[in-house]
Design a protein around this ligand. Structure first.
Ligand code: NAG
Ligand code: NAG
Ligand code: NAG
Ligand code: NAG
Length: 436
């Protein structure tokens, strides 16, 4: 668990210590000047007017001289203030320079986390924006910030490139670049004011329910971002060598046609068996995390269950394909906090995408988030979670136990094919969020 909290590098101590020394030096200089000043005006007791009530003229004179002295000491005070301000700004400059020398970020720069000053559309996208008067009560703030992942900040150069577009014009076609930013945690992305190019020769979608099992026309999307330039290329790649993400997912006549229809008593659970663990009709809405081309949602739709499918467009237009089937795609990465309300979904399913490639803490975040969005009694169907045998007992079983799901079904099995000698394992599980 200690690994989850990266320790501060040793090299950071040196500049910090030097900074501290300089800070102490400057503070003591300031103290010295304050001392000198107070020494000069050491006679505060003289300012106390010696009042003789029987001599009004003397009283006036005394008052006059007291006023003079007060004016004088006011001047001294403002001089002192000015000197302090000067030495403070000197200190700031000094620390900034010192930070630069040591490759450290300057104090001012650290304030809002951006390396350089923000300009133009990127600055607008970062905010803040003032609310109209009278609209601040519910927010506890008089400004609004557009949503932007904090992980966008370390990638300012890339963001500047991403945000160089014509406001009101056509969005640059740079999906691969955009997804790379998303995967690094810069999500949601800041580009907000342009129109995506419409595919040339777009035709209206196939009517439902035929759309569920129809490969859409090639003209339904733009192919700029992909190696394949048509759907038959995507369908045929399952016959090729080479590793792609969800290689045979676009082939609706192939393996997709039978996925989740049968329960093999092992790692493959069937949809109907899973639904039968609940009262009929009580599984109504849910989410499929990393749902490929949307087949899980299609099968659930046929059973009157509405499933939102989250997926990224790696190696293919997965999101467009899902939409063309008449299902709801959602373009978020696994690093994203799920955009659903607490205690709402009846079921969350995930196949293949959750596995040992995700850093442990991030995986635990995702699992807690699944727990959060599920309603009490909701189901989490973890489908073919991949890992190495030794990791299963050492990391993942304890992690799943920590989250707090009830186990309705639990199957760990060796990955067939090359998995045998490499001790590669799959875990399938049907988990339930407790009722209380
Ligand atoms: C008070 O001082 C002002 C100038 O500072 C002078 O004009 C005035 O006569 C003085 N009043 C008395 C009562 O000394
Ligand atoms: C699809 O694209 C491939 C190359 O990506 C090309 O060889 C093939 O002819 C195209 N097929 C159709 C039907 O356009
Ligand atoms: C889905 O809902 C429709 C309309 O309510 C109903 O006719 C149909 O039988 C339902 N299908 C299933 C599999 O429950
Ligand atoms: C995990 O532990 C269980 C019980 O201790 C054991 O039966 C099983 O073989 C272990 N699994 C792996 C993959 O090592």
């Amino acid at each position: 668990m200690d690994d989850y909290h990266p320790k501060k590098g040793i090299q950071h101590q040196t500049p910090t210590r030097t900074k501290l020394k300089i800070l102490l030096l400057v503070i003591s200089t300031n103290l010295l000047s304050i001392y000198l000043f107070s020494g000069e005006s050491n006679h505060w007791k003289d300012y106390a007017p010696r009042i003789h009530l029987w001599d009004s003229e003397l009283l006036l004179r005394e008052l006059n001289s007291t006023q003079d002295k007060l004016t004088h000491s006011q001047r001294q005070l403002s001089d002192l203030h000015r000197r302090l301000a000067t030495s403070n700004s000197l200190l700031e400059t000094l620390l900034t320079d010192l930070g630069r020398v040591h490759g450290d970020k300057a104090t001012q720069e650290d304030l809002d986390g951006w390396k350089d000053e923000l300009f133009g559309e990127l600055k607008l996208a970062v905010g803040p924006h003032k609310l109209p008067l009278g609209y601040t009560a519910n927010l506890g703030s008089d400004e609004l910030f557009p949503v932007l992942g904090s992980a966008c900040r370390p990638h300012q150069e890339e963001l500047i490139e991403y945000m160089s577009y014509k406001v009101g014009g056509e969005c640059p076609s740079d999906e691969v670049f955009a997804q790379r930013l998303m995967l690094k945690g810069c999500e949601p992305l800041p580009r907000r004011r342009c129109h995506p190019a419409s595919p040339k020769g777009y035709v209206e979608p196939t009517p439902f329910p035929e759309s569920l099992w129809t490969i859409p026309p090639d003209t339904s999307i733009t192919w700029d971002a992909y190696t394949c330039k048509n759907y038959s290329c995507l369908v045929n790649r399952n016959k090729e060598r080479g590793s792609y993400d969800c290689k045979d997912c676009f082939d609706l006549g192939g393996r997709e046609k039978v996925r989740w229809l049968f329960d093999n008593g092992g790692l493959d659970y069937g949809i109907d068996g899973v639904l039968s663990t609940r009262k009929p009709g009580t599984i109504r809405i849910g989410l499929d995390i990393g749902g490929g081309s949307g087949t899980f949602a299609a099968r659930m739709r046929e059973r009157n269950v509405t499933i939102v499918t989250s997926t990224m467009n790696f190696d293919g237009p997965f999101n467009s394909f899902i939409a063309s089937r008449g299902l709801v795609p959602m373009h978020v990465s696994v690093a994203h906090r799920l955009p659903f309300f607490d205690n709402t979904l009846d079921i969350v399913h995930s196949m293949h995408v959750l596995s040992n490639w995700i850093p442990d803490v991030m995986l635990e975040f995702a699992l807690y988030d699944i727990y959060r969005v599920l309603r009490p009694g909701g189901l989490f169907w973890l489908d073919h979670f991949f890992c190495i045998g030794t990791q299963l007992n050492s990391s993942y079983v304890p992690m799943f136990d920590r989250i707090g799901f009830n186990k309705l079904r639990w199957t760990a099995g060796r990955k067939l094919d090359r998995g045998i000698e490499k001790n590669e394992w799959y875990l399938s599980a049907l988990l339930e969020k407790p009722m209380t």
